[in-house]
Design a protein around this ligand. Sequence first.
Ligand SMILES: [Zn+2]
Length: 179
Amino acid sequence: MHTRTLTGPLTAALLATLSLTAGQATAAPTTPTATVVLTYDAGSSAEFRSAVDRSAAIWNESVDAVELRPATAGRRANIRVLADNGWPRAARTTLGNGTVYIGRQAVDQGYDTIRISAHELGHILGLPDRKPGPCSSLMSGSSAGTACVNPYPDTREKAEVEAAFAGRTPAAGPRTTVG
Ligand SMILES: [Zn+2]
């Protein structure tokens, strides 16, 4: 008697669990990868701070393999972002680590601050310059002109970052890129 009264609800619950799991499996990404979390410290980016935060959010929207998060106060960040009066540049120590300079020289010439920041973060994420190049390319940088305000990596650039952080390509070593 007990078996029969328990089996009904239990079976229903089990079926409900299975169908929920199946639904979630369908919605999940086809190639799940572990996300590498990198912290960034924009505390010294002065007037560019909101542009830096926006550019980090753009990278987070664009790729799955890596995520940029603001560093907790007092903790060493993977990426430091500074404002200075030179040309924008990035000094990468290892893949995902280094210092970005949001140089006012380019901002004063009319280049977009969010595109500059996203471009320099792109160097830290392992991407080289692609100059000259179209505005659709983030890594074409200043070669796309001051009218170009696109802060998004293109399909190829996104794929390269995904591959680098999924460990399918050799880690990029130290490199300083001006512009
Ligand atoms: Zn560059």
